[in-house]
Design a protein around this ligand. Sequence first.
Ligand code: TYD
Length: 427
Amino acid sequence: MGSNGNSTESWARRIRECRACGSTDWQNVVSLGEVPLANGFLEQGHSYDDEPRFPLEVVSCRGCRLLSLTHVVDPAVLFREYLYVTSPSETMKRHMRRVADLCEERFGIPAGSLVVEMGSNTGEQLAAFQEDRMRVLGVDPARDLAAVATEHGVRTLPEFFSATSAGHIREEHGPARLILGRHVFAHIDDIADVAAGVRQLLRSDGVFAIEVPYALDMLERNEFDTIYHEHLSYFMVDTLAAFFARHGLRVLDVEHLGVHGGSILVFVGHQDGPWPTRPVVDQMREKEQRAGLHDDSTYSGFACSVEETREALTRLVGELRAEGRRIAGYGAPAKGNTLLTTCGLGHGQLEFCTDTTELKQGKVLPGTHVPVRSPSYGKEHRPDYYLLLAWNYSEEIFRKERDYLEAGGRFIVPIPRPRVVTASSAN
Ligand code: TYD
């Protein structure tokens, strides 16, 4: 990331109208202060003085109940040199296979079809479609990752997906049977431009499948650490259905999935396309209504839960440190950085964080500057407690860390409420 001292004003803009419906009637939900970028890992030993910070605040649109950040950081700053690589975990591998199966089975996608993925990262999801003999094309602005994917046989254009790039893809490759966007649609500011691109590139019987974190899960499970600058929007089905209808598209089907703390895979087609709208779409919209997602009080209740959890976690960690316990972070996910910076937990509390991603090892966390180490370092410097920052992989991690737990090691699971997990409670 380039640096221009502490002046970050030119890198971010404050939103005015809702990106989904155009309303300007906002409810303030939660303000998490001035926070560095959650994937802005830094080189160890450098001066951290000019680390950029941006306001991290969430508002809810009273027009369509889109939850949105108030500030949009320039996507070139966020995504051109991206350190986030898809976690090579068993959970993710299984999940990507499932996504491919769901798309192919529900919408009868034959071998040889063109599958385009926006935000395709290192190409692992597209590789699952390649196994099924689809023609695949990735689109990702992170130049390094696009090059890695292409090297591994998944051709990837180093670009942002937009109406313009969609037009070029159609000219060169023809219309797409499937356009995929896994955990990218919520990162995009100009979603109307993406919808226009999808309309251009998608065949008349094609499907646009997006996977986004589910706002209902985030609110009910108090997953406030999933709030960071990349996540501009937090969607429910109702908001998406109304948005796509405004852009000549229709939500056809929804699958509720467990990944990333609860996500929805939303299938979208042309408004007048051949696929029926499945009953689950209206069922989920009704469930959201019943859960109070259209009411101001739900969002003020969430703000209180966030505050309680921050206090409870800070207290628990403080007590353990006062007893002389050694604590380290398990995983260095982006969400961990929101958690640590907004709870004021840093060097004094965590000795280090382990992470399996080699690109992160040897660097320090943004904001708190806690060093990131390899899992083998963690084994050699075994802490009394691991704060489980990558809680979305808890089952896999507890299985993998059976020996640590059996030897008396403990995990602090921070979300939804901080709790301590031992060998006997880890099942
Ligand atoms: P991820 O869930 O993709 O979260 P985010 O979107 O918040 O960045 O990141 C998980 C991180 O945890 C990733 O950096 C890899 C790391 N990790 C481990 O260190 N050990 C593990 O066993 C697993 C499953 C993940």
